[in-house]
Design a protein around this ligand. Structure first.
Ligand code: FAD
Length: 424
């Protein structure tokens, strides 16, 4: 079944008798997660997506255990396990490529749930297991919020049609353009690291459970297994990438005294890829997530730097919480649902985002001297210390039932802020 290209018209027809007519903008990880959560409650959210119906594999994702409640709610755990690999070990190499340490992820994350590698494409198809209607090549041109509804102008094939919804969920990613159409658009705070990188695929090796990183002087190399291959990220200061992947790979090779086989394969994959995906390492944080009838979700609300590898995890958690809370709309009203959602979830997501920002300051450096000092610290610090703020978030997992009853947020928000304060 999976994602099905379905016109806006037929989706709107099916949604007519729902307790709430919901439009989800963006069939990415957050949008599909929320849509499927609502479908499991018997609703028929209308989902639109700007891209063509092409299903590329996309890039690699390492998913933390905060995705598990959604996976279980949707009843897709067997397929999720089949489509992904367990990431049981995390290794660090020195700035010169020597093996520094390998930590077992068991014991750090095990008691919270799974830590797994999967491609974005397989994740979307897994979330859409059972069928998820999406109108591809469709965008929003305008939005007007009224007291009782939102009028949205939807454009497919250059033709605009106005539709009424009770709620618009804006889930169109880190560079969301739809959020700018919300009346009184909220300011977006951006941290731009000045670094960027390329994302490519390399051949799989026998270490299917091993994620590995080199935090170099002026570069970062990460390799992350998924099923049947290894995702590679090679990044550096954006200015140094101007001369292209092959030239940058040469400068990285020159800095390495040890080139392990996987590192060699990863660097070759970057140099040889005719069109590697270029990723500018900045983020974005919306000051406000909700109006009376709109809500930002996933990266459109808070887009992440990749350093902690948690953006998709938080997007799926937020979608799960929002999906559960929306079911309480008939009892407590949409305004109250959205207010309680933002009060509970925004501090958690921002704490995770702060952690990624702090890690970026630690990881992204040109200096060899800093790399050497960092490695001395890393000999003593395990991945457990690096992940401590995330563990704190996992220890205080959200409880949608409590949030709906108005008791879910203050102490959790304080715990999340505390976690962020001691990050990095
Ligand atoms: C290379 C890379 C590696 C990553 N690795 C990890 C990781 O290991 N672990 C992790 O947790 N996170 C990771 N992330 C972050 C994660 O991918 C994001 O946090 C996550 O995808 C957010 O989900 P989203 O649905 O908000 O956005 P997206 O998944 O980006 O989805 C947004 C969707 O909206 C669509 N869209 C855009 N504009 C419009 C529009 N105007 N109208 C309609 N549709 C629109 C897009 O085509 C897209 O399908 C990584 C990100 C990248 C780029």
């Amino acid at each position: 079944m999976g994602l099905r290209n379905t016109s806006v018209e037929s989706q709107v027809e099916r949604a007519a008798d729902d307790p709430l007519r919901v439009l989800v903008v963006g069939a990415g990880i957050a949008g599909v997660s929320l849509a499927q959560s609502l479908r499991h409650a018997g609703w028929h959210p209308v989902v639109i997506e700007r891209a063509r119906d092409e299903r590329p594999p996309g890039y690699m994702l390492a998913l933390m255990p905060m995705v598990d409640p959604l996976i279980d709610d949707l009843g897709i755990r067997p397929r999720y396990l089949a489509e992904s690999v367990e990431l049981g070990r995390y290794a660090f190499r020195s700035h010169a490529g020597r093996a520094l340490r390998t930590d077992s992820m068991a014991g750090i994350l095990d008691r919270f749930g799974d830590y797994r590698g999967i491609t974005r494409g397989r994740l979307l198809e897994t979330l859409a297991d059972g069928g998820c209607d999406v109108a591809f090549e469709t965008t929003v041109a305008a939005m007007t919020e009224h007291r009782e509804s939102v009028t949205v102008s939807l454009v497919t094939d250059g033709v605009a049609r106005e539709r009424e919804f009770d709620l618009v969920v804006v889930a169109d990613g880190i560079r969301s353009s739809t959020r700018e159409l919300i009346p009184g658009a909220t300011p977006i705070e951006v941290v731009d690291t000045g670094w960027a990188g390329w994302v490519v695929w390399a051949e799989a090796d026998a270490d299917t459970d091993l994620a590995e990183e080199i935090w170099g002087a002026g570069f970062i190399l990460g390799t992350y297994p998924v099923k049947g291959r290894v995702g590679v990220f090679l990044g550096g200061p954006a200015d140094d990438l101007q001369s292209g992947p092959a030239a940058f790979v040469d400068t990285v090779r020159a800095k390495l005294t040890t080139i392990a086989p996987r590192v060699d394969r990863a660097l070759r994959a970057v140099a040889d890829d005719p069109d590697p995906y270029y990723w500018a390492l900045d983020d974005g944080r919306a000051a406000r997530w909700t109006t009376a009838r709109t809500v930002l979700l996933g990266d459109a609300a808070a887009g992440f730097l990749p350093t902690a590898g948690i953006g998709a995890g938080m997007a799926m958690e937020s979608a799960w919480v929002l999906g559960r809370l929306l079911r309480h709309t008939p009892a407590i009203g949409l305004g109250e649902v959205l207010t309680r959602y933002e009060a509970a979830q925004r501090p958690r997501v921002e704490a995770a985002q702060d952690n990624s920002r702090q890690l970026a300051r630690y990881m992204f450096s040109r200096s060899r001297a800093i790399a050497v000092v960092r490695e001395t610290t890393m000999r003593l610090l395990s991945v457990e210390v690096v992940l401590r703020p995330i563990r704190r978030l996992l220890e205080a997992q959200p409880d949608p039932g409590r949030i709906a009853s108005g008791h879910g947020s203050p102490e959790r928000a304080a715990a999340a802020r505390h976690a962020a304060g001691s990050a990095g």
